[in-house]
Unconditional design. Structure first.
Length: 246
């Protein structure tokens, strides 16, 4: 029997970045990797906000249960979606993701920073410059050259205006913290982090005791974008039966 998967990409990516994982999964799976509002084919879709994206996710697998997977920004969205759609989510898999910023002052500072970045992005005349600038983000350091090349080409499928809308509607500063709601998640949660991604490795360690059922998977040698650096490892996690039946 086919198993339904919904795969959510990170900021500046599109759904096609999940291609390597999908190819590694094989035919037993029925994966859906949409472009999130503000990105790729959905660059012009509005409103770009959490409610709209959760509604999109809800409609992807009509009436069925599914595993929800998200990377970075997509992981943060997946976490919020799981809180809304919890009865339909068989398993939640988060890659390099966080429940957000719990401190109100810190979140306001991040909101202002995201707005400055959004204004800067929408002033750029080409997506090429936006992509090159984003690739200097410290957390992306150390990506294998072939991965960096693949992701750069994927970023060019976006538009500056769309990415600016995504920052304003789905950025870390604008989304509420989900830390205090982690205990409400009854489905199994798997947190995948790269060995080199110390920041989100620490976040995963903080999340684990707050979740009812949690497994942390550390992928050796990988950085933040584990699904791109080692898609086979992510596919193995998705293929592995949950230790808990829900």
């Amino acid at each position: 029997m086919e198993r339904n998967l919904v795969l959510l990409h990170g900021f500046t990516h599109t759904g096609s970045t999940w291609g390597p994982v999908i190819r590694a999964l094989g035919e037993r799976y029925s994966p859906i990797a949409p472009d999130i509002r503000g990105h790729g084919a959905a660059s012009e879709r509005e409103p770009v906000d959490l409610d709209g994206v959760v509604e999109d996710i809800d409609q992807l697998v009509e009436g069925g249960r599914f595993t929800l997977v998200g990377y970075s920004m997509g992981g943060r969205i997946a976490l919020h979606a799981a809180l809304v759609l919890r009865g339909r989510i068989e398993r939640l898999v988060l890659i390099g993701a966080s429940p957000g910023i719990s401190d109100k002052i810190e979140r306001e500072v991040r909101l202002q920073a995201d707005e400055r970045l959004a204004r800067s992005i929408e002033r750029e005349p080409s997506i090429e410059k936006v992509a090159r600038r984003w690739e200097q983000t410290p957390i992306l350091e150390g990506q294998p050259p072939q991965v960096a090349k693949f992701v750069h080409a994927n970023r060019l499928l976006n538009t500056p205006a769309g990415l600016a809308r995504a920052l304003r509607g789905l950025g870390t500063g604008v989304l509420p913290s989900a830390w205090e709601h982690l205990g409400a998640l009854e489905m199994p949660v798997v947190l995948i982090v790269g060995e080199r991604d110390k920041k989100f490795g620490a976040v995963a360690d903080q999340m684990e005791p707050l979740l009812q059922w949690c497994e942390i998977v550390v992928v050796p040698g990988a950085g933040h974008a584990v699904h791109l650096e080692d898609p086979d490892a992510v596919a193995r996690v998705l293929q592995k039966p949950s230790l808990r039946v829900v």
